[in-house]
Design a binder for this molecule. Sequence first.
Ligand code: ADP
Ligand code: MG
Length: 178
Amino acid sequence: MDEKTKLTADEYPISAAAPPALLAYIALGANLGDREQNLKAAIEKIGEISGVRVTKVSAFFETEPVGGPPQGMYLNAAVEIDCTIPAGQLLRELQGVEKELGRKRLGKCFPRTIDLDILLFGSEVIDEMDLKVPHPRMHDRAFVLDPLNEIAPNAIHPILGLTVAELTRMYRERHTDK
Ligand code: ADP
Ligand code: MG
């Protein structure tokens, strides 16, 4: 090959084409309709997002509603995904899944057929108007921590510098009657 046509490593087309994958965690919650079916359908649709592969799924946990008007019990879960799309794009895709599954946006803490929140996105810290990661209330919600702890006890909260197992244990200590 003559010198002019030789490619250097960073000009080589393949190296630029594959964005690096990272592990992200999504919380799922449902308290309207067939809750189990809503969670299963959401997990299936998450796996169909281009650039996303579902790698772990927690058990489904039945939990009391927190805040908002009186409403039925929730079914909550968490999934791990292997992700090559940026966080903002993932949020839009998840909002598309919520819409497809018939979610009406009545407001925060209102009953919903499905709620999909990004908990952790690799070790990224994001503080934008419409996207805050790690999810600002994740360490203070048992219905988020319990499913997440089942699939990712060693995942690290990049702001608090603690593992999910440690956050879960600390939550329990704060909420155990002494
Ligand atoms: P909530 O989940 O707090 O009960 P919604 O699902 O209605 O309420 O979401 C309200 C807004 O939260 C969304 O419009 C979205 O832009 C924003 N948001 C901020 N951070 C996140 C995140 N990490 N995951 C999902 N939504 C988020
Ligand atoms: Mg939400």
